[in-house]
Design a protein around this ligand. Structure first.
Ligand code: FES
Length: 111
């Protein structure tokens, strides 16, 4: 039996639900381009093996899409544009950097 060990430091769940023709959904508001831009930015910084980018279904904020749910911070980012990929990765990178320096028992706000 093989056990898959999770080695990622972080994960970004990007809602890509909907139709390209419907601007009321994340897909219609450019979610696929956001995923590509973030993956490209992660690769550029050598973080692609530490950060997973997962396409997901509706996260319940359709009119404000594309929506990204970020772990470990449990943040929801709304109306993300592909031009903001570097900002998303900056934010995540600082979170990863400080994650192993948190006090024992640390819980993020709301977590
Ligand atoms: S379609 Fe993305 S949050 Fe609903």
């Amino acid at each position: 039996m093989k056990i898959r060990q999770e080695t990622s430091a972080a994960c970004l769940f990007v809602c890509t639900r909907g139709s390209k023709k419907k601007s009321s959904t994340c897909k219609g508001r450019g979610a696929s381009g956001v995923v590509k831009a973030i993956k490209k930015e992660l690769e550029k910084r050598g973080l692609h093996k530490r950060v997973r980018v997962r396409k997901t279904g509706c996260l319940g904020h359709c009119s404000r899409g594309p929506i990204i749910l970020s772990y470990p911070d449990r943040e929801i980012l709304m109306s993300v544009d592909k031009k903001e990929a570097a900002d998303v990765v900056d934010r995540l990178q600082s979170s990863i950097t400080f994650a192993n320096r948190r006090a024992p028992g640390y819980r993020s706000v709301g977590g």
